[in-house]
Design a binder for this molecule. Structure first.
Ligand SMILES: [Zn+2]
Length: 125
Protein backbone atom coordinates (compact mmCIF):
# COMPACT_ATOMS: atom_id res chain seq x y z
CA UNK A 1 0.00 0.00 0.00
CA UNK A 2 1.32 3.42 -0.85
CA UNK A 3 1.59 6.11 1.75
CA UNK A 4 -1.42 8.35 2.24
CA UNK A 5 -0.89 11.94 1.15
CA UNK A 6 -2.76 14.90 2.51
CA UNK A 7 -3.49 18.39 1.23
CA UNK A 8 -1.21 20.68 3.21
CA UNK A 9 -3.89 23.35 3.38
CA UNK A 10 -7.02 21.46 4.45
CA UNK A 11 -5.79 17.99 5.41
CA UNK A 12 -7.95 16.11 2.91
CA UNK A 13 -6.46 12.74 1.99
CA UNK A 14 -5.73 13.59 -1.64
CA UNK A 15 -4.23 10.18 -2.38
CA UNK A 16 -7.74 8.74 -1.93
CA UNK A 17 -8.79 10.75 -4.95
CA UNK A 18 -5.60 10.23 -6.92
CA UNK A 19 -2.72 7.98 -5.79
CA UNK A 20 -0.34 10.10 -7.86
CA UNK A 21 -1.58 13.41 -6.51
CA UNK A 22 1.19 15.98 -6.50
CA UNK A 23 2.21 19.48 -7.54
CA UNK A 24 -0.11 20.80 -10.24
CA UNK A 25 -3.12 18.87 -8.97
CA UNK A 26 -6.00 20.65 -7.30
CA UNK A 27 -7.41 19.53 -3.97
CA UNK A 28 -11.08 18.59 -4.33
CA UNK A 29 -11.82 19.79 -0.85
CA UNK A 30 -10.30 23.25 -0.51
CA UNK A 31 -9.33 23.91 -4.14
CA UNK A 32 -5.66 24.62 -3.40
CA UNK A 33 -3.01 23.73 -5.89
CA UNK A 34 0.22 22.69 -4.21
CA UNK A 35 3.16 24.59 -5.61
CA UNK A 36 0.93 27.28 -7.10
CA UNK A 37 -1.64 28.53 -4.58
CA UNK A 38 1.01 28.52 -1.88
CA UNK A 39 3.53 30.40 -4.01
CA UNK A 40 2.71 33.87 -2.75
CA UNK A 41 4.73 37.03 -3.26
CA UNK A 42 4.02 39.78 -0.74
CA UNK A 43 3.50 42.27 -3.58
CA UNK A 44 0.39 40.33 -4.53
CA UNK A 45 -0.93 39.53 -1.08
CA UNK A 46 -3.54 42.30 -0.97
CA UNK A 47 -5.14 40.92 -4.12
CA UNK A 48 -5.48 37.49 -2.55
CA UNK A 49 -6.52 38.17 1.02
CA UNK A 50 -8.63 40.72 2.83
CA UNK A 51 -7.13 43.18 5.30
CA UNK A 52 -8.90 41.52 8.20
CA UNK A 53 -7.47 38.11 7.25
CA UNK A 54 -3.97 39.56 7.03
CA UNK A 55 -4.50 41.29 10.34
CA UNK A 56 -5.50 37.98 11.89
CA UNK A 57 -2.13 36.44 11.03
CA UNK A 58 -0.25 39.58 11.97
CA UNK A 59 0.82 40.74 8.52
CA UNK A 60 0.92 44.53 8.54
CA UNK A 61 1.22 46.90 5.61
CA UNK A 62 4.70 47.86 6.87
CA UNK A 63 5.70 44.22 6.73
CA UNK A 64 4.33 43.84 3.21
CA UNK A 65 6.22 46.92 2.09
CA UNK A 66 9.44 45.64 3.61
CA UNK A 67 9.22 42.21 1.95
CA UNK A 68 7.34 43.26 -1.17
CA UNK A 69 9.18 41.10 -3.68
CA UNK A 70 9.86 38.15 -1.44
CA UNK A 71 8.01 34.87 -1.55
CA UNK A 72 6.14 33.88 1.59
CA UNK A 73 7.43 30.87 3.47
CA UNK A 74 5.31 27.81 2.69
CA UNK A 75 4.06 27.34 6.25
CA UNK A 76 2.82 30.92 6.37
CA UNK A 77 1.26 30.75 2.92
CA UNK A 78 -0.58 27.54 3.74
CA UNK A 79 -1.77 28.91 7.05
CA UNK A 80 -3.18 31.93 5.27
CA UNK A 81 -4.88 29.81 2.60
CA UNK A 82 -6.29 27.58 5.32
CA UNK A 83 -7.57 30.54 7.30
CA UNK A 84 -9.24 32.01 4.23
CA UNK A 85 -10.89 28.70 3.37
CA UNK A 86 -12.10 28.26 6.95
CA UNK A 87 -13.38 31.83 7.24
CA UNK A 88 -15.25 31.34 3.96
CA UNK A 89 -17.11 28.46 5.56
CA UNK A 90 -14.74 25.53 4.73
CA UNK A 91 -16.86 24.57 1.75
CA UNK A 92 -15.96 21.70 -0.52
CA UNK A 93 -14.67 23.17 -3.73
CA UNK A 94 -15.60 20.24 -5.92
CA UNK A 95 -18.73 18.53 -4.75
CA UNK A 96 -18.40 15.17 -6.43
CA UNK A 97 -19.91 13.62 -3.34
CA UNK A 98 -17.49 10.76 -3.61
CA UNK A 99 -15.06 11.88 -0.98
CA UNK A 100 -16.99 14.35 1.09
CA UNK A 101 -18.06 12.86 4.39
CA UNK A 102 -21.81 12.57 4.82
CA UNK A 103 -21.81 14.97 7.66
CA UNK A 104 -19.37 17.63 6.62
CA UNK A 105 -19.34 19.83 9.67
CA UNK A 106 -16.98 21.34 12.18
CA UNK A 107 -16.26 17.94 13.72
CA UNK A 108 -15.40 16.43 10.33
CA UNK A 109 -13.17 19.42 9.65
CA UNK A 110 -11.51 19.02 13.04
CA UNK A 111 -10.62 15.40 12.24
CA UNK A 112 -9.41 16.22 8.75
CA UNK A 113 -7.11 18.97 10.02
CA UNK A 114 -5.51 16.47 12.40
CA UNK A 115 -4.15 14.68 9.30
CA UNK A 116 -1.73 17.60 8.95
CA UNK A 117 -1.31 18.22 12.68
CA UNK A 118 -3.40 21.35 12.66
CA UNK A 119 -5.60 22.06 15.67
CA UNK A 120 -8.98 23.54 14.84
CA UNK A 121 -8.78 25.42 18.13
CA UNK A 122 -6.09 27.63 16.57
CA UNK A 123 -8.61 28.89 14.02
CA UNK A 124 -11.21 30.29 16.34
CA UNK A 125 -14.36 28.86 14.76
ZN1 LIG B 1 -7.17 20.92 0.39
Amino acid sequence: MSKARFCKVCGFEVSKHDPNFGPGDICMCCGSEEGFSDDIVYANINNLFTDSLLQEVGITSDFIEKYLYEVMKLDGARKLLRLKWIRDGYKWRYESGRYKSESWDKEALRKQLLNINVAIEDYNI
